[in-house]
Ligand binder design. Sequence first.
Ligand SMILES: *[C@@H]1O[C@H](CO)[C@@H](O)[C@H](O)[C@H]1NC(C)=O
Ligand SMILES: *[C@@H]1O[C@H](CO)[C@@H](O)[C@H](O)[C@H]1NC(C)=O
Ligand SMILES: *[C@@H]1O[C@H](CO)[C@@H](O)[C@H](O)[C@H]1NC(C)=O
Ligand SMILES: *[C@@H]1O[C@H](CO)[C@@H](O)[C@H](O)[C@H]1NC(C)=O
Length: 744
Amino acid sequence: MAVPYLTAVLLLAMLSWGQDFPFRDPTLPWEERLDDLVNRLTLDEMVLQMSKGGVMWNGPAPPIERLGIRPYIWNTECLRGDVDAPGWATAFPQALGLAASFSPSLIYRVANATATEVRAKHNHFVSVGNYEDHTGLSCFSPVLNIMRHPLWGRNQETYGEDPFLTAELGVAFVKGLQGDHPRYVKASAGCKHFDVHGGPENIPTSRLSFDAKVSERDWRMTFLPQFEACVRAGTFSLMCSYNRINGVPACANKRLLTDILRGEWGFQGYVVSDEGAIELIMMAHHYTQSILETAVASVNAGCNLEVTCVLKRNIFSYIGEAVANGNISLEMIKDRVRPLFRTRMRLGEFDPPAMNPYNALGPGDVQNDAHHQLALQAAIQSFVLLKNRNGALPLRAEDVRSKTLAVTGPFADATAYLFGSYTPIPELRYIYTPRRGLATVFPKVTFAAGCSSPRCDKYSPTEVKSTVEAADIVVVCLGTGIQMETEAWDRPDLALPGHQLKLLQDVVAWAAGRPVILLLFNAGPLDISWAKAHNGVGAILACFFPAQATGLAIAKVLVGDEGANPAGRLPATWPAGMHQVPPMENYTMAGRTYRYYGDDPPLYPFGYGLSYTLFRYSDLVLGAEVVPVCGNLSLSVVVENVGPRDGEEVVQLYLRWGEASVPVPRWQLVGFRRVLVPQGQVTKVPFLLSFHQRAVWAGEWRLEPGSFTLFAGGQQPFQETRVPSNILRADFSVLGSALKRSQC
Ligand SMILES: *[C@@H]1O[C@H](CO)[C@@H](O)[C@H](O)[C@H]1NC(C)=O
Ligand SMILES: *[C@@H]1O[C@H](CO)[C@@H](O)[C@H](O)[C@H]1NC(C)=O
Ligand SMILES: *[C@@H]1O[C@H](CO)[C@@H](O)[C@H](O)[C@H]1NC(C)=O
Ligand SMILES: *[C@@H]1O[C@H](CO)[C@@H](O)[C@H](O)[C@H]1NC(C)=O
């Protein structure tokens, strides 16, 4: 009885709803409804929809009351949880830590949970008429910029230094956020910052006016692929960035926003400006001279939506004048407004509410048990074991029961420093610092911070000394935090801040041979060469910014509990010193990231990470040794767990070009897979190398014949090896004449 009854009610609801206007009729095709909606709008109404706040910089796009259209707020942040909306939210690890998991499925689940919380809270906000900042469903996430310099303040928001890794993880995020409902989008994604972003942050004028001078090849091979992948994954939005690209501000860059984005990639969504990026075209870049000229340049280049910051009246609110003067066509305005309403329509705003299952999400879907568990799993999966001398970790069960563990350093018990930037705020009771988390496992945990903030400019050794001397095991928690690296804040150097190294050296001396475990909380690489080399430091674990579950995850990993065996891998190179790093202002990729690095070995290479167990690789088998120019290549490799316990391994596949006619990376990650291999067991891991991945940029994407080499293993080729025969190689050749990629 219930089902037919509900169906009848739903049908009635749809019928009465649909009588309103065709754009509300869920039986019509989306594009027909959009035509109806956009064609009903006056020029003035359309113009007001093209700025976040209508006329004023603040607030939502205004309602259109005669059509029953409510306000909509566009600036929501969802990097790893619901950021900055009123109320609590689950805090998942910062993006760079998620990237270290090398696990698209983890990122999919984090984005899915994020969208659930964003939607659940949004449902409440709308029900009480709250349209303030960050309460919407359209996310300014994920960040797909390449980590191109170790000192950049925003490295933590990225997925690391490799375009392929970034693309794979970005696609997983976009799909997880937008959901898999055939009709409705759970929350809409917005990949940023488009494009060639990642220059100097810390000088205010530089951050907002930097001109990135990029070669066409670096642009195509390093700064565009992950955004193209985001578009193919179906993102509804991209955000244009603050910087100029070869002289033209990104938000007024027709080549970028129209020729490449819409022309080459077929993007149907909207481009939103970074906050203030449009007024800065005029005020910081001095690329335009007047407000009207700025509006015309940006709209005609391909921008749909302005988010202002400094000016009190939006630049796009003057667009009506530009249309009257003939500088922008009315058709162009309709084109620009259309994707905004397409997004809102697919989010479900104009359908009968009962049709959209996401409307049922509510307070019980925020900070629930499943999300706490996922936050813990994500933190565990993000950790990278950098050093483990003589099996210092995991700690032995008998030690855990009977010994005293001292935890020290500025990150040991400070809730404020473990989250990183763009973080959701969970309730305090869900936040586990290292000290609190370790106390769930060790009966006796003692504590002395040594310095009260990551700056560590004042260091008090006395209490640390007595605490360390009375302990059996010492955990030292060092790093950076948003005091040292964040948006608008680059680091001055690679050093551990302030007296942190001194603190570590003192602890090692006072521990006098007892195990010392170093935990690092940072995004940009640190110079930890002393800790790497010194025998007094038994283990080093890079934790990034694990957020709410920090301490619980650490406790599980230190004792290897319930399969918590670290398997994260570095998503960026840790250089041995700044002599290995080209200047941030210089945009060439030469000498930068593992793809173009010099021969001088880094401190830790991209892709590096240890395990509590050992893996052996064998049987790298190619489906063919000769491949046609447009052919794909299937292959497989066998991984065996030859160590003492179950573990996950990140199998990495790298391609090297033999004789490309144009410059190419020295080698390129072309596949990776995080697999669980139980102790003593063997897993065969298949890969498909598509012809796309062999393409080179030669004024166009081109496939060339020649010889190629594949490397499969738990690491990059030719870098510090973890165990013998950890990397295998196989050669193949491509026959035929060179072709454009589009001809394949
Ligand atoms: C995605 O989130 C929903 C809750 O909105 C949950 O029921 C579902 O299991 C999640 N899917 C995955 C793959 O985690
Ligand atoms: C608008 O178009 C006119 C005529 O082509 C041109 O002279 C003027 O500079 C343009 N104004 C702006 C703001 O682009
Ligand atoms: C940038 O670095 C490259 C490679 O090191 C060098 O050839 C080029 O001259 C530099 N450009 C500038 C503007 O300094
Ligand atoms: C090669 O792989 C791509 C996906 O990467 C696929 O779209 C294409 O159809 C494949 N081509 C052949 C000939 O199998």
